[in-house]
Design a protein around this ligand. Structure first.
Ligand SMILES: NC(=O)c1ccc[n+]([C@@H]2O[C@H](COP(=O)([O-])OP(=O)(O)OC[C@H]3O[C@@H](n4cnc5c(N)ncnc54)[C@H](OP(=O)(O)O)[C@@H]3O)[C@@H](O)[C@H]2O)c1
Length: 324
């Protein structure tokens, strides 16, 4: 890990637990490494069991574990949340990092939407939406414990970090476009899913109780990762080529460099009191216009809750949302 991610100490440590989704590879794997270096137990997640178990075994410290769940399947996300809650009585940080880029339009069946929902949106937004809601009580209880177990941690809450992208800029919420066979694909669908990450974070921050904060970020540009692994061959080659050219021109980041801001948000005491913000290079910045629209934040939350069929008792902060 670079000095940039460590220079202000760590709010995580031995005995703490952090779940990093999509940590079998790329930015998530580097983030998992950084969080494990604090002594915390890291829960590695992805679909590729062999890769995930190898990564968990390679992290510094012990008790790290791998959990498999396909984020295109809401039932698998529910199983993941249940397993984490059964295995650990605390959750100090949840890093929503898993993401996909799809060239073609594929639909996912969801319990609350008969039209089917576009896969990029389902994996990049609906999955972290559902997972965060299901784990919110555990995060909140951990936030309380952190304050009472160690008074110096009073302002050191549990954290939710969602990895978005600057490609959300220039897009606006389009809930019709994510349903059914017709609608945006490729970069447009990806940018829209990353807009949803920012809208979600703003609404989540209003709904979370004291003791839990939520922020999101642009991690950087790292064409060396496997982000296009499930897209077309053409897109895969273009992404790699961009990596070579961008790397030679010094315009891209390594996966380790791109893990710095998610790491910072998950473990730095400097951002313990910050919630609902969009970060770039460890600084809060104003996100795109489409992400600051309060009505869009609410509409996205309502549609997401309906489509993943989350129960009222499972939904975080419904009362707080009405007051805010
Ligand atoms: N790379 C960039 O330049 C860049 C820029 C801005 C934002 N981001 C964001 O950064 C995050 C990490 O991306 P990355 O570039 O590091 O890509 P990556 O190397 O492909 O990593 C993506 C991770 O997500 C997991 N994943 C993908 N589809 C999944 C699914 N259906 N269910 C469960 N897990 C799934 C993958 O694990 P398995 O294959 O094991 O499932 C992998 O661990 C993403 O949210 C991406 O949108 C990346």
């Amino acid at each position: 890990m670079t000095d940039a991610a460590t220079d202000d100490g760590a709010a995580l440590g031995r005995g703490d637990v952090a779940l990093v989704t999509g940590s079998t590879d790329g930015i998530g794997a580097e983030t998992a490494r950084n969080l494990a270096e604090t002594g915390a137990t890291v829960l590695v997640h992805g679909r590729d069991r062999a890769k995930g178990e190898r990564l968990a075994a390679s992290l510094s410290g012990d008790d790290h574990r791998f959990y498999a769940a396909d984020f295109a399947e809401p039932a698998a996300i529910r199983d993941l949340a249940d397993a984490v809650c059964a295995d650990f009585d605390r959750l100090d940080a949840l890093v929503n990092n898993a993401g996909t880029f799809q060239s073609e339009r594929h639909l996912v069946d969801l319990p609350g939407s008969d039209a089917g929902v576009e896969l990029t949106f389902a994996v990049n937004h609906l999955a972290p939406f559902l997972l965060t809601n299901l784990l919110a009580d555990r995060l909140a209880a951990t936030g309380e414990r952190r304050a009472s177990d160690a008074p110096e941690r009073e302002r050191d809450p549990a954290r939710v970090v969602t990895v978005s992208s600057d490609l959300h800029r220039g897009t606006e919420l389009d809930l019709d476009g994510v349903r059914g066979p017709d609608g945006p694909t490729g970069m447009d669908a990806y940018g829209h899913s990353k807009l949803a990450n920012v809208l979600f974070t703003a609404e989540l921050a209003r709904r979370l109780p004291d003791g839990v904060v939520a922020n999101c970020c642009h991690p950087g540009v790292s064409p060396t990762t496997g982000l296009t692994r499930d897209s077309s061959r053409f897109m895969g080659i273009a992404w790699k080529l961009y990596g070579v050219v961008g790397g030679a021109l010094g315009r891209t980041d390594s996966a380790a460099e791109s893990a710095e801001t998610p790491t910072y948000l998950a473990r730095s005491p400097a951002v313990a009191g910050v919630s609902g913000e969009y970060f770039d290079d460890r600084e809060p910045v104003t996100p795109g216009d489409g992400a600051t629209d309060r009505d869009a934040q609410r509409r996205l939350w309502r549609a997401s809750a309906e489509w993943v069929a989350i129960g009222e008792e499972e939904e975080v902060g419904a009362e707080r949302a009405q007051r805010a």
